[in-house]
Design a protein around this ligand. Structure first.
Ligand SMILES: Nc1ncnc2c1ncn2[C@@H]1O[C@H](COP(=O)(O)OP(=O)(O)OP(=O)(O)O)[C@@H](O)[C@H]1O
Ligand SMILES: [Mg+2]
Length: 504
């Protein structure tokens, strides 16, 4: 149904693709795998008609095609969910769902038909979206995962024959992914060809029939997943290096660094916690239960409406993010692209902006050479794939951009680190590096609070996990109790109990 033959693409000095190829059939879910910057999104953009290849050819139904625009690509039956969200935050759910399916002229009947289709899609996604999301909800008010689901719904409404999902699960929790996979299986039954990109290997193994592995823009292998082991996939992807997935002993010390009592804020309904030096606290629960709001409030980026925050034994009055940063708080935001980056500035500037600013505040002169070597070290340590430190961050692949955000804050010498889904879209190799850095910081006495949509990540990193539901802590898991199954079941159990209470 679709074939990519020896496609090459360069961006200035950066080779994004150098002879990439694969073919996928109708009724097949085909995985595209590879480290950050290996060319997966570039292939998808070429198929979606938003980027033109330098060399090679594309074939749909045995005929050579050359989609010169997204419209032409859509006409070929290709529907793409891009890695970066394209929903419009200032429009409501229904408007977003219907973007791109709108008929050229607005007839009254068309409009009603559109509404009905949007509402059917909304109901299909309902179990993953939650009860509170309606056609009139503003998309900007939804959590990243909910926005992602609307993005997917929007593309599904166009009924593509070839569906591209580029990291569409990166901000989704397990139950949301399950629902998406049900939909993908139905599409497969109907003969749709699905191209699936994800850094979560378990997902690839669950949903894909075959997978093509890319490295540095080249074809490495195409494998049948029924007879490929997970460690074999990792080896094909990153060479010999394996992701670190074992737990290490806690570095927790006695000193309470951060104490929060009965904290109230938008999305936060009375949270108390004590975080020790060297401790890694995970925030679990279904997505959008106030985890990000809690982190933002502690960082001073959301207004606190009640409760107290005590830092190193001193009770803090109201403060803003700038003051928190000066005291040694760092917030690694999960919503990359809009938060946490200056997308027109260079990679170098983005990496050093925080530490630079702190050093200036502290009255030190700035050594450009030192900034540059720190940036180089971060690039090397996290294997950030780039042309030059002077290129704009907008030139980076999704995962590499996220690595820049993480590195920027970790370079800043923090006392309390608040991580909001930090490894979203980051490949297995760099994930292991980031875990290593987080653990090193904890061992040095840093206090870490981490929210993650990846339950494995919470299980592997946390000393303790607080399970949140509707802005409050409803359960706590500690030490050996923390494993993926328990994290999923406690999150679901809590919400099931709440549903019963509401209906009973
Ligand atoms: N507009 C651009 N300008 C310059 N370089 C670019 C541009 N788009 C992509 N690249 C480079 O091309 C390479 C491949 O990027 P691509 O986005 O396809 O990677 P990817 O496999 O999707 O990675 P990830 O897993 O991080 O999403 C990267 O090194 C990236 O920096
Ligand atoms: Mg990508």
């Amino acid at each position: 149904m679709i074939e990519v033959r020896d496609v090459g693409k360069r961006y200035g000095g950066v080779v994004a693709l150098a002879g990439a190829r694969f073919a996928a059939e109708a009724g097949e879910v085909h995985g595209l795998l590879g480290p950050n910057g290996s060319g997966k999104s570039t292939i998808n953009k070429i198929l979606a008609g938003s980027v033109r290849p330098d060399t090679g050819s594309l074939w749909v139904d045995g005929r050579q095609v050359q989609p010169g625009s997204p419209t032409e690509s859509a006409r070929l039956g290709i529907g793409a969910v891009y890695q970066q969200l394209t929903v419009i935050p200032t429009l409501d759910v229904e408007q977003n769902l219907l973007l791109g399916t709108e008929p050229g002229r607005w007839g009254l009947l068309d409009r009603r038909a559109g509404r009905e289709r949007a509402s059917a899609m909304l109901e299909r996604l309902r179990p993953a979206l939650g009860e509170h999301v309606g056609p009139g909800s503003l998309v900007g008010d939804l959590s990243p995962g909910q926005q992602q689901l609307i993005e997917i719904g929007k593309v599904l409404l166009r009924r593509p024959r070839i569906l591209i999902l580029d990291e569409a699960t990166a901000s989704l929790h397990r139950p949301q992914v399950d629902l998406l996979f049900d939909i993908v299986r139905e599409l497969r039954e109907d003969g749709v060809c699905v191209l699936f990109v994800s850094h979560r290997l378990d997902e690839i193994l669950r949903i894909c029939d075959r997978a093509t592995i890319l490295r540095a823009g080249r074809h490495v292998a195409t494998v049948d997943l029924a007879d490929t082991r997970p460690d074999e996939l990792v080896r094909l992807m990153v060479g010999e290096k394996l992701a670190e997935t074992t737990k290490v002993p806690s570095a927790r010390r006695d000193e309470v660094v951060l104490q929060v009592d009965d904290l109230h804020a938008p999305g936060v309904a009375g949270v108390s916690l004590r975080a020790h030096a060297g401790e890694i606290i995970g925030l679990g629960g279904l997505q959008g239960q106030g985890q990000s709001d809690l982190l933002m409030t502690i960082f001073g980026a959301l207004p606190r409406t009640g409760g107290t925050v005590t830092f190193r034994g001193r009770r803090l009055g109201h403060y803003r993010a700038a003051r928190a940063a000066r005291m040694g708080f760092a917030l690694v935001p999960g919503n990359r692209g809009t938060q946490g980056m200056f997308s027109l500035r260079s990679i170098q500037e983005n990496l050093s902006i925080v530490s630079l600013w702190r050093r200036t505040m502290a009255g030190f002169g700035i050594s450009m050479r030192r900034e540059r070597s720190a940036a180089r070290e971060a690039v090397e340590r996290l294997a950030i794939r780039l042309g030059s430190l002077d290129d704009p961050v907008s030139s980076l692949s999704g995962g590499n951009a996220q690595k820049v955000i993480v590195a920027k804050w970790l370079l800043s010498d923090p006392v309390v680190i608040l991580l909001d889904d930090p490894t979203k879209g980051v490949d297995v190799g760099a994930k292991a590096e980031i875990y290593q850095i987080i653990r090193t910081l904890a061992a040095e006495g840093c206090t870490i609070v981490i929210n993650s949509s990846d339950d494995r990540e919470l299980a592997v990193l946390s000393d303790r996990v607080l399970v949140l539901f509707e802005g409050a802590v409803v359960a706590e898991l500690e030490g050996e109790e923390i494993d993926e199954e328990r994290l999923v079941s406690s999150a679901l159990l809590v919400s099931a109990r709440a549903d019963r209470e509401v209906s009973g």
